[in-house]
Design a protein around this ligand. Sequence first.
Ligand SMILES: [Zn+2]
Length: 251
Amino acid sequence: MENSIVRDLLTLSHEIGREDRELTLLAEGNTSARLSEDTYLVKASGTCLGTLTEEDLTECRMSLILAMLDEDEMTDEQVENALLDARVNKSAKKPSIESILHAWALSLPGVKFVGHSHPTVVNQILCSPRAEEFAEHRIFADQIVCGGIASVYVPLVDPGLKLAQVIRRETGAFMRKHQRRPSVILMQNHGLVTLGPTWQSVLAAQLMTKKAAAIFIGAAQLGGPVFFSDETIERIATRPDELYRQRLLKV
Ligand SMILES: [Zn+2]
């Protein structure tokens, strides 16, 4: 295995799994990284991000997992068998049910790492009637620097294959509308997915989305939030000093 990718993925997993950050608890959440042209590493089902080890990472074939996205109907048993069949090493642990959405996110241009979590403060909004509004708007500059000009919003669907198919549809619509790939995907009544070229970019988007959620909730209590205009968002997204900061932050 590529040791630096394994090391980076474990670092990302431990950072997301830190209990004091309240991004995940117990076996919640999962992470992944592109390993080669057709393979990626993903957290095994039921393992804990905060204490993840190399044995808890399963290498899967992208092409086999992505092929499932074109299937209209698969039973739970068929999905489980397909996940097991996609393992490069047949003695490796069972990959997470969310391996399908990870494969899709890792297939997007420039994406090498993906993190998925259920942050308490973000889910306060995602379990409320204002979830879509939170995804579509921006309220401060670093939210754009680390999380992009908007987030993809995904309505509540069955986890696993159905969820990955809806994420593919909504991500495609986002990319056609904004002419760039997203860094943040927000799933109604579920949680957060962040994606990027480095483990640092994935963690930064996690933490900044958590901060944005806390600000959104606080501002809502004061009659807000006041959202940035499209012009302000585009200006921040293309300012040379903000792009410089992005490079320094590896986002
Ligand atoms: Zn989840």
